[in-house]
Design a protein around this ligand. Structure first.
Ligand code: PHE
Length: 341
């Protein structure tokens, strides 16, 4: 019995020494300390011995079992420490290293300018509304006094879509004048920012896709003086309090009289420079008093109500504000350009 225990001890301790992973250690535990292992067997075998032998053998067996359990616990703890140490080393973080600055997104210059414009008009009582980019011929042209075959259609190079009824990518935001008045009775004061499209060869000042902001005010007793006052205030808000404003006659079929508005060049203060083409003035929008026929079409009585409309190119205003000399930069997605705003 003594001999048997000594052999078992030697074998068990040698193979415990050899176990170097948690899995091997577990295997060892099952083999030596498990229910079917030699220790359990030895303890069960005690009952077959004579009483005087049994006591000594029992003591020996228990002693060995305790020893193996202790060694197992110690080995298990040291293996866990080793594993933890490896993980700690692999995942070590040097808290003294400088951090990364998170990349924060920001607004596109077009969005910024649209927000600035709509805010300026919001302060003057205008509400912002939006409309569809794919439009019927009726809203883009016909309801705006530009029937099929009208020569004024040449003013807007149009991208047509296939369909049963004439459909197009809107060439301006003016169709929203009609759409809004169809569903809203005067008084009306709205600003309409949005994308527009033209069948255009692109160059530094022309894009086939750009943005406009439309304005429309209809009420009793609105005059051209209201139009001038409102747009004058707008120009001061966007380009500075020093700005002068010039109105000249222009033609758009849906306004009468029609005008083009310019501000005195804020680069040369009107003396003439490259930005203003040496004229001292920069044209920023078309405007005018809404044509009586346009009002009649949406069942607004032109004898009672009058109003004005205007439309400006957003990128053009952004180019003037930020000194950008090529409209194609806006949608080229060049980060070197976009990061500047
Ligand atoms: N819609 C016109 C354009 O795109 C601009 C405009 C709007 C003119 C409203 C007069 C009144 O050219």
């Amino acid at each position: 019995m003594q001999q048997q225990m000594d052999d078992l001890r030697a074998k068990a301790l040698a193979s415990l020494d050899a176990a170097s992973t948690p899995a091997a250690l577990e295997e060892w535990r099952v083999a030596y300390l498990g229910r079917k292992g030699p220790m359990s067997q030895a303890l069960r075998g005690l009952s077959a011995l004579a009483p005087e032998e049994r006591r000594a053998a029992g003591a020996q067996a228990n002693e060995l079992k305790t020893l193996l359990e202790e060694r197992f616990a110690a080995k298990s703890a040291s293996l866990q420490d080793a594993v933890a140490a490896t993980i700690a080393q692999r995942e070590a973080i040097d808290v003294t290293l400088p951090g990364w600055r998170p990349l924060a997104g920001h607004l596109h210059p077009t969005t910024r300018v649209i927000r600035e414009i709509t805010r300026a008009f919001a302060d003057m009582g205008f509400q912002t509304v939006e409309g569809p980019e794919v439009e019927w011929d009726y809203y883009n042209f016909e309801a705006l006094n530009i029937p099929p075959g009208h020569p004024a259609r040449d003013m807007w190079d149009t991208l047509w879509l296939e369909g049963q009824r004439p459909m197009l990518l809107r060439t301006h935001t003016s169709p929203m004048q009609i759409r809004h008045m169809e569903t809203h009775k005067p008084p009306v004061r709205v600003i309409v920012p949005g994308k527009v499209y033209r069948h255009e060869a692109t160059d530094a000042t022309h894009e086939w896709h750009f943005h406009q902001v439309e304005g429309l005010a209809i009420d009793e007793g609105i005059s051209f003086a209201d139009l001038k006052g409102t747009l004058y205030e707008f120009a001061r808000r966007i380009f500075g309090v020093e700005r002068k404003v010039r109105f000249r006659c222009d033609y758009f079929p849906f306004v009468e009289p029609g005008a083009e508005m310019a501000i005195d060049c804020f680069v040369c203060e009107g003396k003439g420079c490259r930005v203003c083409g040496h004229s001292g003035w920069i044209e920023i929008m078309g405007a005018g008093m809404v044509h009586p026929d346009v009002l009649r079409r949406v069942n607004v009585d032109p004898a009672r109500y009058t109003g004005y409309a205007f439309g400006m190119g957003v990128e053009r205003i952004a180019m003037l504000k930020y000194g950008i000399d090529d409209i194609r930069l806006f949608y080229a997605n060049d980060l070197r350009f976009l990061r500047q705003f």
